[in-house]
Design a protein around this ligand. Structure first.
Ligand code: FMN
Length: 571
Protein backbone atom coordinates (compact mmCIF):
# COMPACT_ATOMS: atom_id res chain seq x y z
CA UNK A 1 0.00 0.00 0.00
CA UNK A 2 1.38 3.43 -0.76
CA UNK A 3 2.19 5.42 2.32
CA UNK A 4 -0.05 8.41 3.00
CA UNK A 5 1.46 11.84 2.65
CA UNK A 6 1.86 13.57 5.98
CA UNK A 7 -0.35 16.56 6.63
CA UNK A 8 0.30 19.66 8.64
CA UNK A 9 -1.94 19.88 11.69
CA UNK A 10 -5.41 20.81 10.63
CA UNK A 11 -9.37 18.17 12.67
CA UNK A 12 -18.01 10.10 13.03
CA UNK A 13 -21.19 10.18 13.81
CA UNK A 14 -21.38 11.39 17.40
CA UNK A 15 -21.63 8.34 19.58
CA UNK A 16 -25.36 8.07 20.05
CA UNK A 17 -27.82 5.54 21.32
CA UNK A 18 -28.45 3.04 18.59
CA UNK A 19 -31.60 1.19 17.72
CA UNK A 20 -31.03 -1.81 19.92
CA UNK A 21 -34.31 -3.62 20.23
CA UNK A 22 -33.51 -6.80 22.09
CA UNK A 23 -33.84 -10.49 21.20
CA UNK A 24 -30.39 -12.02 20.54
CA UNK A 25 -28.15 -11.01 23.48
CA UNK A 26 -29.22 -7.42 23.24
CA UNK A 27 -29.06 -6.81 19.48
CA UNK A 28 -31.91 -7.05 17.06
CA UNK A 29 -32.27 -9.42 14.18
CA UNK A 30 -32.13 -6.28 11.99
CA UNK A 31 -28.70 -5.44 13.37
CA UNK A 32 -27.48 -8.93 12.57
CA UNK A 33 -28.75 -8.64 9.02
CA UNK A 34 -27.06 -5.26 8.63
CA UNK A 35 -23.71 -6.57 9.92
CA UNK A 36 -23.90 -9.59 7.62
CA UNK A 37 -24.87 -7.47 4.61
CA UNK A 38 -22.08 -5.00 5.35
CA UNK A 39 -19.64 -7.87 5.30
CA UNK A 40 -21.01 -9.23 2.02
CA UNK A 41 -21.04 -5.80 0.39
CA UNK A 42 -17.46 -4.97 1.35
CA UNK A 43 -15.86 -8.07 -0.13
CA UNK A 44 -13.21 -7.60 -2.76
CA UNK A 45 -13.94 -9.75 -5.82
CA UNK A 46 -11.60 -10.88 -8.58
CA UNK A 47 -13.47 -8.64 -11.03
CA UNK A 48 -14.18 -5.65 -8.76
CA UNK A 49 -13.10 -4.14 -5.47
CA UNK A 50 -15.32 -2.92 -2.62
CA UNK A 51 -16.51 0.66 -3.18
CA UNK A 52 -14.01 3.43 -2.48
CA UNK A 53 -13.16 6.76 -4.03
CA UNK A 54 -10.66 5.05 -6.32
CA UNK A 55 -8.07 7.79 -5.87
CA UNK A 56 -6.49 9.65 -2.96
CA UNK A 57 -7.96 13.07 -2.27
CA UNK A 58 -4.91 14.64 -0.66
CA UNK A 59 -6.81 17.86 0.07
CA UNK A 60 -8.99 16.03 2.61
CA UNK A 61 -6.37 13.73 4.11
CA UNK A 62 -7.22 13.38 7.83
CA UNK A 63 -4.77 14.56 10.48
CA UNK A 64 -3.33 11.38 12.04
CA UNK A 65 -3.05 13.07 15.43
CA UNK A 66 -6.00 14.01 17.63
CA UNK A 67 -5.44 16.69 20.23
CA UNK A 68 -7.69 18.37 22.75
CA UNK A 69 -6.82 22.07 22.81
CA UNK A 70 -6.86 23.63 26.24
CA UNK A 71 -6.40 20.37 28.12
CA UNK A 72 -3.45 20.34 30.54
CA UNK A 73 -0.59 18.37 28.95
CA UNK A 74 1.64 16.04 30.94
CA UNK A 75 4.89 15.21 29.18
CA UNK A 76 5.83 11.58 29.64
CA UNK A 77 9.42 10.40 30.03
CA UNK A 78 10.86 8.29 27.21
CA UNK A 79 11.84 5.41 29.42
CA UNK A 80 11.29 2.22 27.41
CA UNK A 81 15.03 1.91 26.70
CA UNK A 82 15.56 1.26 30.38
CA UNK A 83 13.25 -1.75 30.44
CA UNK A 84 15.34 -4.86 29.97
CA UNK A 85 12.64 -7.56 30.03
CA UNK A 86 13.66 -10.22 27.49
CA UNK A 87 10.92 -10.98 24.96
CA UNK A 88 11.15 -14.70 25.79
CA UNK A 89 10.21 -14.02 29.43
CA UNK A 90 6.82 -12.57 28.50
CA UNK A 91 5.46 -16.08 28.01
CA UNK A 92 6.57 -17.57 31.31
CA UNK A 93 4.03 -16.72 34.02
CA UNK A 94 5.65 -14.72 36.88
CA UNK A 95 9.05 -14.49 35.11
CA UNK A 96 8.82 -10.71 34.67
CA UNK A 97 9.26 -8.57 37.82
CA UNK A 98 6.22 -6.38 38.46
CA UNK A 99 7.09 -2.72 37.87
CA UNK A 100 5.78 -0.13 40.30
CA UNK A 101 2.79 1.76 38.95
CA UNK A 102 3.99 5.32 38.45
CA UNK A 103 4.20 7.89 35.68
CA UNK A 104 7.38 6.29 34.32
CA UNK A 105 5.83 2.83 33.97
CA UNK A 106 2.62 4.25 32.47
CA UNK A 107 4.82 6.17 30.03
CA UNK A 108 6.52 2.91 29.04
CA UNK A 109 3.18 1.20 28.58
CA UNK A 110 1.99 3.88 26.14
CA UNK A 111 5.36 4.21 24.41
CA UNK A 112 5.44 0.47 23.67
CA UNK A 113 1.75 0.05 22.89
CA UNK A 114 0.75 3.15 20.90
CA UNK A 115 3.89 5.30 20.71
CA UNK A 116 5.89 6.26 17.62
CA UNK A 117 8.53 3.78 16.46
CA UNK A 118 10.18 5.89 13.71
CA UNK A 119 9.72 8.63 11.17
CA UNK A 120 10.12 7.80 7.48
CA UNK A 121 11.07 10.33 4.83
CA UNK A 122 10.84 10.28 1.06
CA UNK A 123 11.32 13.28 -1.23
CA UNK A 124 10.62 15.78 1.54
CA UNK A 125 7.53 13.98 2.87
CA UNK A 126 7.72 12.63 6.41
CA UNK A 127 5.33 10.27 8.13
CA UNK A 128 5.40 8.57 11.52
CA UNK A 129 5.26 4.83 12.16
CA UNK A 130 3.89 3.48 15.44
CA UNK A 131 4.38 0.40 17.58
CA UNK A 132 0.81 -0.60 16.71
CA UNK A 133 0.47 -1.16 12.95
CA UNK A 134 -2.43 0.23 10.96
CA UNK A 135 -3.91 -0.43 7.56
CA UNK A 136 -2.39 2.15 5.23
CA UNK A 137 -0.62 3.69 8.24
CA UNK A 138 -3.79 5.76 8.76
CA UNK A 139 -4.13 5.08 12.48
CA UNK A 140 -7.83 5.38 13.32
CA UNK A 141 -7.22 4.13 16.90
CA UNK A 142 -6.96 6.64 19.78
CA UNK A 143 -5.71 5.69 23.24
CA UNK A 144 -6.74 6.79 26.76
CA UNK A 145 -5.59 6.22 30.33
CA UNK A 146 -8.11 6.28 33.20
CA UNK A 147 -6.17 6.65 36.42
CA UNK A 148 -7.97 6.07 39.72
CA UNK A 149 -5.20 7.32 41.95
CA UNK A 150 -2.76 10.15 42.02
CA UNK A 151 0.52 9.07 40.38
CA UNK A 152 2.49 12.27 40.04
CA UNK A 153 -0.59 13.34 38.05
CA UNK A 154 -4.13 13.74 39.35
CA UNK A 155 -6.67 10.91 39.13
CA UNK A 156 -8.73 11.28 35.95
CA UNK A 157 -9.19 10.51 32.25
CA UNK A 158 -6.26 11.22 29.93
CA UNK A 159 -5.89 11.15 26.15
CA UNK A 160 -2.55 9.92 24.77
CA UNK A 161 -0.92 11.91 21.97
CA UNK A 162 1.61 9.57 20.35
CA UNK A 163 3.37 12.33 18.39
CA UNK A 164 4.19 14.24 21.55
CA UNK A 165 4.32 11.27 23.92
CA UNK A 166 2.14 13.16 26.36
CA UNK A 167 -1.13 12.75 28.21
CA UNK A 168 -3.83 15.36 27.84
CA UNK A 169 -5.91 15.74 30.97
CA UNK A 170 -9.48 15.38 29.71
CA UNK A 171 -11.14 14.86 33.09
CA UNK A 172 -10.05 15.55 36.62
CA UNK A 173 -11.61 13.39 39.32
CA UNK A 174 -11.77 14.89 42.79
CA UNK A 175 -10.98 12.89 45.92
CA UNK A 176 -14.32 11.15 46.41
CA UNK A 177 -14.81 10.42 42.68
CA UNK A 178 -11.30 8.99 42.44
CA UNK A 179 -11.90 6.88 45.54
CA UNK A 180 -15.11 5.51 43.99
CA UNK A 181 -13.24 4.52 40.84
CA UNK A 182 -10.33 3.02 42.82
CA UNK A 183 -12.85 1.02 44.85
CA UNK A 184 -14.40 -0.42 41.67
CA UNK A 185 -11.03 -1.58 40.32
CA UNK A 186 -8.65 -4.11 41.86
CA UNK A 187 -5.83 -2.52 43.93
CA UNK A 188 -3.09 -0.89 41.85
CA UNK A 189 -5.10 -1.19 38.63
CA UNK A 190 -6.02 1.36 36.01
CA UNK A 191 -7.84 1.37 32.68
CA UNK A 192 -6.68 1.84 29.10
CA UNK A 193 -9.35 2.96 26.64
CA UNK A 194 -9.43 2.60 22.85
CA UNK A 195 -11.61 4.41 20.32
CA UNK A 196 -11.67 4.68 16.51
CA UNK A 197 -12.07 7.50 14.04
CA UNK A 198 -13.51 5.54 11.11
CA UNK A 199 -13.09 8.45 8.70
CA UNK A 200 -9.29 8.15 8.88
CA UNK A 201 -9.54 4.75 7.13
CA UNK A 202 -12.63 5.56 5.04
CA UNK A 203 -10.79 8.53 3.52
CA UNK A 204 -8.61 6.06 1.62
CA UNK A 205 -10.45 2.74 1.66
CA UNK A 206 -14.14 3.73 1.41
CA UNK A 207 -16.70 1.14 2.47
CA UNK A 208 -14.24 -1.61 3.53
CA UNK A 209 -12.68 0.81 6.05
CA UNK A 210 -14.84 -0.28 8.99
CA UNK A 211 -13.20 -3.72 8.79
CA UNK A 212 -9.73 -2.16 8.87
CA UNK A 213 -10.59 -0.02 11.89
CA UNK A 214 -11.58 -3.22 13.75
CA UNK A 215 -8.36 -4.97 12.72
CA UNK A 216 -6.49 -1.98 14.05
CA UNK A 217 -8.33 -2.14 17.39
CA UNK A 218 -7.27 -5.80 17.58
CA UNK A 219 -3.65 -4.88 16.89
CA UNK A 220 -3.84 -2.15 19.54
CA UNK A 221 -5.34 -4.58 22.08
CA UNK A 222 -2.44 -6.96 21.39
CA UNK A 223 0.04 -4.09 21.61
CA UNK A 224 -1.32 -3.01 25.01
CA UNK A 225 -1.18 -6.61 26.27
CA UNK A 226 2.44 -7.13 25.19
CA UNK A 227 3.51 -3.76 26.64
CA UNK A 228 1.81 -4.59 29.96
CA UNK A 229 3.51 -8.01 29.97
CA UNK A 230 6.91 -6.36 29.53
CA UNK A 231 6.16 -4.44 32.77
CA UNK A 232 5.10 -7.61 34.58
CA UNK A 233 1.42 -6.57 34.47
CA UNK A 234 -1.79 -8.32 33.39
CA UNK A 235 -4.39 -6.83 31.02
CA UNK A 236 -7.98 -7.89 30.51
CA UNK A 237 -10.62 -6.63 28.07
CA UNK A 238 -13.70 -5.56 30.07
CA UNK A 239 -16.14 -6.96 27.55
CA UNK A 240 -19.43 -6.59 29.45
CA UNK A 241 -19.45 -2.80 29.19
CA UNK A 242 -21.73 -1.19 26.62
CA UNK A 243 -20.40 1.20 24.00
CA UNK A 244 -22.51 3.92 25.66
CA UNK A 245 -20.57 3.37 28.89
CA UNK A 246 -17.19 3.33 27.16
CA UNK A 247 -18.14 6.54 25.33
CA UNK A 248 -19.14 8.22 28.62
CA UNK A 249 -15.96 7.17 30.44
CA UNK A 250 -13.74 8.39 27.60
CA UNK A 251 -15.74 11.61 27.18
CA UNK A 252 -16.64 10.78 23.59
CA UNK A 253 -20.33 11.64 24.10
CA UNK A 254 -19.53 15.19 25.23
CA UNK A 255 -20.95 17.20 22.34
CA UNK A 256 -19.53 20.42 23.80
CA UNK A 257 -15.94 19.13 23.54
CA UNK A 258 -16.47 18.28 19.87
CA UNK A 259 -18.25 21.53 19.00
CA UNK A 260 -17.36 22.62 15.47
CA UNK A 261 -15.87 19.22 14.72
CA UNK A 262 -17.49 17.40 11.81
CA UNK A 263 -19.26 14.20 12.90
CA UNK A 264 -16.83 12.14 10.78
CA UNK A 265 -13.96 13.36 12.96
CA UNK A 266 -15.57 12.08 16.18
CA UNK A 267 -14.48 8.91 17.95
CA UNK A 268 -16.37 5.63 18.15
CA UNK A 269 -15.96 3.89 21.56
CA UNK A 270 -14.30 0.47 21.36
CA UNK A 271 -12.67 -1.03 24.42
CA UNK A 272 -11.71 -0.60 28.05
CA UNK A 273 -8.84 -2.74 29.26
CA UNK A 274 -8.13 -3.36 32.94
CA UNK A 275 -4.37 -3.20 33.49
CA UNK A 276 -3.26 -4.66 36.82
CA UNK A 277 -0.04 -5.54 38.59
CA UNK A 278 -1.30 -9.10 39.17
CA UNK A 279 -3.57 -11.46 37.24
CA UNK A 280 -7.16 -10.44 37.83
CA UNK A 281 -9.17 -13.17 39.54
CA UNK A 282 -12.47 -11.28 39.72
CA UNK A 283 -12.89 -8.49 37.14
CA UNK A 284 -14.89 -5.45 38.26
CA UNK A 285 -18.63 -5.83 37.68
CA UNK A 286 -19.53 -2.14 37.62
CA UNK A 287 -17.74 1.14 36.96
CA UNK A 288 -18.84 4.53 38.31
CA UNK A 289 -19.85 5.90 34.91
CA UNK A 290 -22.06 8.71 36.23
CA UNK A 291 -19.31 9.86 38.61
CA UNK A 292 -16.77 10.04 35.82
CA UNK A 293 -19.22 11.82 33.58
CA UNK A 294 -19.71 14.39 36.35
CA UNK A 295 -15.93 15.01 36.66
CA UNK A 296 -14.20 18.24 35.63
CA UNK A 297 -13.74 17.92 31.87
CA UNK A 298 -11.50 20.07 29.70
CA UNK A 299 -10.25 20.20 26.12
CA UNK A 300 -11.63 20.90 22.68
CA UNK A 301 -11.10 18.25 20.00
CA UNK A 302 -9.35 19.28 16.79
CA UNK A 303 -10.88 18.93 13.34
CA UNK A 304 -9.10 16.30 11.23
CA UNK A 305 -10.16 17.04 7.64
CA UNK A 306 -11.38 20.13 5.88
CA UNK A 307 -14.20 18.15 4.26
CA UNK A 308 -15.46 14.58 4.30
CA UNK A 309 -17.12 12.02 2.12
CA UNK A 310 -20.10 10.10 3.51
CA UNK A 311 -19.88 6.35 3.43
CA UNK A 312 -23.36 5.63 4.79
CA UNK A 313 -22.81 1.91 5.03
CA UNK A 314 -20.13 2.59 7.65
CA UNK A 315 -22.57 4.56 9.81
CA UNK A 316 -25.09 1.74 9.37
CA UNK A 317 -22.71 -1.05 10.40
CA UNK A 318 -21.35 1.07 13.27
CA UNK A 319 -24.95 1.52 14.49
CA UNK A 320 -25.82 -2.13 14.03
CA UNK A 321 -22.73 -3.38 15.86
CA UNK A 322 -23.00 -0.85 18.74
CA UNK A 323 -22.43 -2.92 21.85
CA UNK A 324 -25.23 -3.17 24.45
CA UNK A 325 -24.59 -3.98 28.13
CA UNK A 326 -24.13 -7.73 28.49
CA UNK A 327 -23.54 -10.12 31.38
CA UNK A 328 -19.90 -10.49 32.39
CA UNK A 329 -18.49 -13.35 30.32
CA UNK A 330 -17.78 -16.68 31.93
CA UNK A 331 -14.12 -16.99 32.85
CA UNK A 332 -12.62 -18.93 29.91
CA UNK A 333 -10.71 -22.08 30.78
CA UNK A 334 -8.33 -22.97 27.99
CA UNK A 335 -7.22 -26.57 27.56
CA UNK A 336 -3.85 -26.83 29.35
CA UNK A 337 -0.93 -27.01 26.93
CA UNK A 338 2.83 -27.50 27.42
CA UNK A 339 4.63 -24.23 28.35
CA UNK A 340 5.15 -21.77 25.51
CA UNK A 341 8.75 -21.53 24.38
CA UNK A 342 10.63 -18.57 22.93
CA UNK A 343 14.35 -18.41 22.24
CA UNK A 344 14.44 -14.64 21.76
CA UNK A 345 16.44 -12.89 24.50
CA UNK A 346 16.23 -9.47 22.81
CA UNK A 347 14.47 -7.02 25.08
CA UNK A 348 10.74 -6.85 24.44
CA UNK A 349 11.02 -3.04 24.29
CA UNK A 350 13.53 -3.28 21.44
CA UNK A 351 11.61 -5.93 19.54
CA UNK A 352 8.30 -4.08 19.84
CA UNK A 353 9.82 -0.84 18.55
CA UNK A 354 11.73 -2.46 15.68
CA UNK A 355 8.54 -4.15 14.38
CA UNK A 356 7.88 -3.10 10.79
CA UNK A 357 5.72 -4.21 7.88
CA UNK A 358 7.66 -5.23 4.80
CA UNK A 359 6.68 -3.79 1.48
CA UNK A 360 8.58 -6.51 -0.40
CA UNK A 361 9.85 -9.99 0.44
CA UNK A 362 12.86 -11.67 -1.14
CA UNK A 363 11.25 -14.88 -2.43
CA UNK A 364 14.20 -16.85 -1.01
CA UNK A 365 14.37 -16.84 2.77
CA UNK A 366 13.14 -20.04 4.29
CA UNK A 367 12.23 -20.70 7.94
CA UNK A 368 13.15 -23.90 9.81
CA UNK A 369 10.15 -26.06 10.63
CA UNK A 370 10.77 -25.81 14.40
CA UNK A 371 10.71 -22.01 14.26
CA UNK A 372 7.52 -22.13 12.18
CA UNK A 373 5.86 -24.50 14.69
CA UNK A 374 6.89 -22.22 17.55
CA UNK A 375 5.34 -19.21 15.82
CA UNK A 376 2.10 -21.14 15.37
CA UNK A 377 2.21 -22.26 18.99
CA UNK A 378 2.07 -18.58 19.98
CA UNK A 379 -1.32 -18.40 18.26
CA UNK A 380 -2.81 -20.88 20.74
CA UNK A 381 -4.34 -19.54 23.99
CA UNK A 382 -2.92 -20.50 27.38
CA UNK A 383 -4.07 -19.47 30.82
CA UNK A 384 -2.18 -16.40 32.04
CA UNK A 385 -0.02 -16.12 28.90
CA UNK A 386 -0.12 -12.97 26.77
CA UNK A 387 -1.70 -11.84 24.61
CA UNK A 388 -4.51 -14.40 24.62
CA UNK A 389 -5.24 -14.09 28.33
CA UNK A 390 -6.68 -10.65 27.63
CA UNK A 391 -9.62 -11.86 25.51
CA UNK A 392 -12.45 -13.36 27.57
CA UNK A 393 -13.54 -15.85 24.89
CA UNK A 394 -12.28 -19.07 23.31
CA UNK A 395 -10.67 -18.83 19.85
CA UNK A 396 -13.12 -18.20 17.04
CA UNK A 397 -10.56 -17.87 14.26
CA UNK A 398 -8.55 -20.64 12.62
CA UNK A 399 -5.71 -20.35 10.16
CA UNK A 400 -5.44 -21.59 6.58
CA UNK A 401 -1.71 -21.50 5.74
CA UNK A 402 0.07 -21.42 2.38
CA UNK A 403 3.46 -23.02 3.13
CA UNK A 404 5.99 -21.85 0.55
CA UNK A 405 9.45 -22.20 2.13
CA UNK A 406 9.49 -24.05 5.45
CA UNK A 407 12.51 -26.32 5.72
CA UNK A 408 11.31 -29.86 6.27
CA UNK A 409 7.68 -29.20 5.37
CA UNK A 410 6.22 -29.81 1.90
CA UNK A 411 4.81 -26.70 0.21
CA UNK A 412 1.04 -26.73 0.24
CA UNK A 413 -2.07 -25.76 2.12
CA UNK A 414 -2.27 -26.40 5.85
CA UNK A 415 -4.85 -25.75 8.57
CA UNK A 416 -4.18 -24.72 12.16
CA UNK A 417 -7.24 -25.29 14.33
CA UNK A 418 -6.97 -22.91 17.28
CA UNK A 419 -9.76 -24.73 19.09
CA UNK A 420 -9.98 -28.48 18.59
CA UNK A 421 -13.77 -28.35 19.01
CA UNK A 422 -14.04 -26.82 15.55
CA UNK A 423 -12.58 -29.86 13.79
CA UNK A 424 -15.73 -31.71 12.69
CA UNK A 425 -17.59 -28.61 11.53
CA UNK A 426 -14.61 -27.15 9.71
CA UNK A 427 -13.75 -30.44 8.06
CA UNK A 428 -17.33 -30.92 6.91
CA UNK A 429 -17.37 -27.38 5.47
CA UNK A 430 -14.25 -27.56 3.27
CA UNK A 431 -13.28 -29.53 0.13
CA UNK A 432 -13.95 -33.24 0.67
CA UNK A 433 -10.72 -34.01 -1.23
CA UNK A 434 -8.46 -32.38 1.41
CA UNK A 435 -5.96 -34.75 3.03
CA UNK A 436 -6.37 -33.73 6.71
CA UNK A 437 -3.06 -35.40 7.54
CA UNK A 438 -1.88 -34.39 11.04
CA UNK A 439 1.61 -32.95 10.74
CA UNK A 440 3.68 -35.39 12.75
CA UNK A 441 6.91 -33.34 12.80
CA UNK A 442 5.30 -30.68 14.99
CA UNK A 443 4.62 -30.84 18.74
CA UNK A 444 1.75 -33.21 19.50
CA UNK A 445 -0.43 -30.45 20.96
CA UNK A 446 -0.34 -28.30 17.79
CA UNK A 447 -3.50 -29.08 15.76
CA UNK A 448 -1.80 -28.58 12.39
CA UNK A 449 -3.07 -30.50 9.36
CA UNK A 450 -1.81 -30.79 5.80
CA UNK A 451 -4.74 -30.31 3.42
CA UNK A 452 -2.93 -30.29 0.10
CA UNK A 453 0.69 -30.68 -1.14
CA UNK A 454 1.31 -28.31 -4.00
CA UNK A 455 3.22 -25.17 -4.91
CA UNK A 456 0.55 -22.56 -4.16
CA UNK A 457 2.66 -19.40 -4.45
CA UNK A 458 0.70 -18.09 -7.43
CA UNK A 459 -2.64 -18.90 -5.81
CA UNK A 460 -1.59 -17.17 -2.57
CA UNK A 461 -0.66 -14.07 -4.53
CA UNK A 462 -3.91 -14.01 -6.47
CA UNK A 463 -6.16 -14.35 -3.42
CA UNK A 464 -4.24 -11.56 -1.65
CA UNK A 465 -5.23 -9.00 -4.29
CA UNK A 466 -2.30 -10.06 -6.49
CA UNK A 467 0.19 -8.73 -3.90
CA UNK A 468 3.59 -10.40 -4.44
CA UNK A 469 4.34 -10.39 -0.71
CA UNK A 470 1.83 -13.24 -0.31
CA UNK A 471 3.91 -15.45 -2.63
CA UNK A 472 7.42 -14.26 -1.83
CA UNK A 473 7.35 -15.08 1.89
CA UNK A 474 8.14 -18.33 3.66
CA UNK A 475 4.42 -18.62 4.33
CA UNK A 476 1.25 -16.60 4.05
CA UNK A 477 -2.16 -17.25 5.49
CA UNK A 478 -5.86 -16.44 5.75
CA UNK A 479 -7.74 -16.25 9.09
CA UNK A 480 -11.02 -18.16 8.98
CA UNK A 481 -13.70 -17.05 11.42
CA UNK A 482 -16.52 -19.13 12.80
CA UNK A 483 -18.68 -16.36 11.43
CA UNK A 484 -22.44 -16.71 11.00
CA UNK A 485 -23.16 -18.79 14.08
CA UNK A 486 -21.12 -16.48 16.31
CA UNK A 487 -22.92 -13.37 15.12
CA UNK A 488 -26.39 -14.95 14.99
CA UNK A 489 -26.11 -16.51 18.45
CA UNK A 490 -24.18 -13.80 20.28
CA UNK A 491 -25.27 -10.59 18.59
CA UNK A 492 -24.18 -8.19 15.84
CA UNK A 493 -21.54 -6.54 18.04
CA UNK A 494 -19.53 -9.78 17.74
CA UNK A 495 -18.80 -8.76 14.16
CA UNK A 496 -16.29 -6.32 15.62
CA UNK A 497 -14.91 -8.85 18.15
CA UNK A 498 -14.11 -11.31 15.34
CA UNK A 499 -11.96 -8.69 13.63
CA UNK A 500 -10.36 -7.79 16.97
CA UNK A 501 -9.30 -11.42 17.38
CA UNK A 502 -7.87 -11.30 13.85
CA UNK A 503 -5.91 -8.16 14.79
CA UNK A 504 -4.48 -9.81 17.91
CA UNK A 505 -3.44 -12.79 15.76
CA UNK A 506 -1.73 -10.32 13.47
CA UNK A 507 0.09 -8.65 16.36
CA UNK A 508 1.41 -12.04 17.49
CA UNK A 509 2.65 -12.80 13.97
CA UNK A 510 4.34 -9.40 13.65
CA UNK A 511 6.31 -9.87 16.88
CA UNK A 512 7.02 -13.54 16.32
CA UNK A 513 8.43 -12.72 12.89
CA UNK A 514 10.76 -10.11 14.42
CA UNK A 515 11.77 -12.60 17.13
CA UNK A 516 12.65 -15.14 14.43
CA UNK A 517 14.78 -12.62 12.51
CA UNK A 518 12.33 -12.31 9.62
CA UNK A 519 9.50 -9.84 8.98
CA UNK A 520 5.79 -9.84 8.25
CA UNK A 521 2.93 -7.76 6.89
CA UNK A 522 -0.79 -7.69 7.58
CA UNK A 523 -2.82 -8.02 4.38
CA UNK A 524 -6.28 -6.47 4.55
CA UNK A 525 -6.63 -6.51 0.76
CA UNK A 526 -7.67 -10.01 -0.32
CA UNK A 527 -10.40 -11.52 -2.48
CA UNK A 528 -12.71 -12.96 0.16
CA UNK A 529 -14.67 -15.45 -1.93
CA UNK A 530 -11.67 -16.53 -4.01
CA UNK A 531 -10.09 -17.82 -0.80
CA UNK A 532 -13.40 -19.37 0.30
CA UNK A 533 -13.67 -21.12 -3.08
CA UNK A 534 -10.16 -22.51 -2.79
CA UNK A 535 -11.07 -24.00 0.58
CA UNK A 536 -14.43 -25.15 -0.69
CA UNK A 537 -16.31 -22.94 1.79
CA UNK A 538 -19.82 -22.04 0.70
CA UNK A 539 -22.31 -19.72 2.44
CA UNK A 540 -21.31 -17.64 5.44
CA UNK A 541 -20.71 -20.28 8.13
CA UNK A 542 -16.98 -19.51 7.91
CA UNK A 543 -15.48 -16.29 6.57
CA UNK A 544 -11.94 -15.16 5.83
CA UNK A 545 -11.22 -12.02 7.88
CA UNK A 546 -7.52 -11.17 7.42
CA UNK A 547 -4.40 -12.30 5.58
CA UNK A 548 -0.77 -12.24 6.64
CA UNK A 549 2.62 -12.97 5.16
CA UNK A 550 5.96 -13.78 6.82
CA UNK A 551 9.40 -13.96 5.19
CA UNK A 552 12.75 -12.34 4.43
CA UNK A 553 12.29 -8.59 3.88
CA UNK A 554 13.70 -6.44 1.08
CA UNK A 555 14.50 -2.99 2.45
CA UNK A 556 13.41 0.06 0.50
CA UNK A 557 16.62 2.10 0.60
CA UNK A 558 14.95 5.11 -1.01
CA UNK A 559 13.33 5.86 2.35
CA UNK A 560 15.21 7.63 5.12
CA UNK A 561 14.51 6.54 8.69
CA UNK A 562 14.61 8.96 11.64
CA UNK A 563 14.29 8.22 15.34
CA UNK A 564 10.76 8.45 16.76
CA UNK A 565 11.20 11.18 19.31
CA UNK A 566 14.23 13.24 18.27
CA UNK A 567 11.83 16.21 18.07
CA UNK A 568 11.17 16.04 21.83
CA UNK A 569 14.67 15.93 23.30
CA UNK A 570 13.25 14.27 26.41
CA UNK A 571 14.67 11.50 28.54
C1 FMN B 1 -5.28 -4.33 9.14
C2 FMN B 1 -4.06 -4.10 8.25
C3 FMN B 1 -4.16 -4.34 6.90
C4 FMN B 1 -3.00 -4.17 6.08
N1 FMN B 1 -3.09 -4.48 4.75
C5 FMN B 1 -1.99 -4.38 3.97
C6 FMN B 1 -2.02 -4.82 2.61
O1 FMN B 1 -3.05 -5.30 2.10
N2 FMN B 1 -0.86 -4.69 1.90
C7 FMN B 1 0.29 -4.17 2.44
O2 FMN B 1 1.30 -4.08 1.75
N3 FMN B 1 0.34 -3.76 3.73
C8 FMN B 1 -0.75 -3.86 4.51
N4 FMN B 1 -0.69 -3.49 5.84
C9 FMN B 1 0.55 -2.93 6.42
C10 FMN B 1 0.39 -1.42 6.68
O3 FMN B 1 0.49 -0.71 5.49
C11 FMN B 1 1.45 -0.99 7.69
O4 FMN B 1 1.11 -1.55 8.97
C12 FMN B 1 1.53 0.52 7.83
O5 FMN B 1 2.03 1.09 6.66
C13 FMN B 1 2.40 0.93 9.00
O6 FMN B 1 3.70 0.40 8.85
P1 FMN B 1 4.36 -0.48 10.01
O7 FMN B 1 3.53 -1.74 10.14
O8 FMN B 1 5.75 -0.75 9.50
O9 FMN B 1 4.31 0.32 11.26
C14 FMN B 1 -1.79 -3.70 6.65
C15 FMN B 1 -1.72 -3.46 8.03
C16 FMN B 1 -2.83 -3.66 8.83
C17 FMN B 1 -2.71 -3.43 10.30
Amino acid sequence: MPEPKPLPLATYPAPCKRHITGSVTGTSIDSITIAMSYHAQTKHHLDHYARSLGYLDWATQPDPFRIFAGAVRIDLPLAADGLGTPYADLFTPLAVPTQTLDLRSIAILFELALGLSAWKEFKGNRWALRCNPSSGNLHPTEGYAILPTRLQVEAGVYHYVSRDHCLEQRCLLDGSAAAELAEALSPGSFLVGLSSIHWREAWKYGERAFRYCQHDVGHALGAVRYAAAALGWSALLLDWLSDDEVAAILGLDRAEDFAGVDRHDREHPDALILVSPAPVQVPPRALPVATIRAGHWAGQANSLSVSHMDWEIIDEVANATWKPVTDPPEYVKHTPLPPLVSACRTSAATLIRQRRSCVALDGQTSIPADTFFQMLDHLLPRQGVPPWDMLPWSPLLHVGIFVHRIVGLAPGLYMLERDRLIHDRLRAAVQPTFLWEKVTACPEHLPLYCLMREDLRRTAQIVSCHQEIAAEGAFSLGMIADFAETIRSKGAWWYRRLFWEAGVLGQVLYLEAEAAGVRSTGIGCYFDDAFHELLGLAGDEFQDLYHFTVGGPVEDHRLMTHPPYAHLYRT
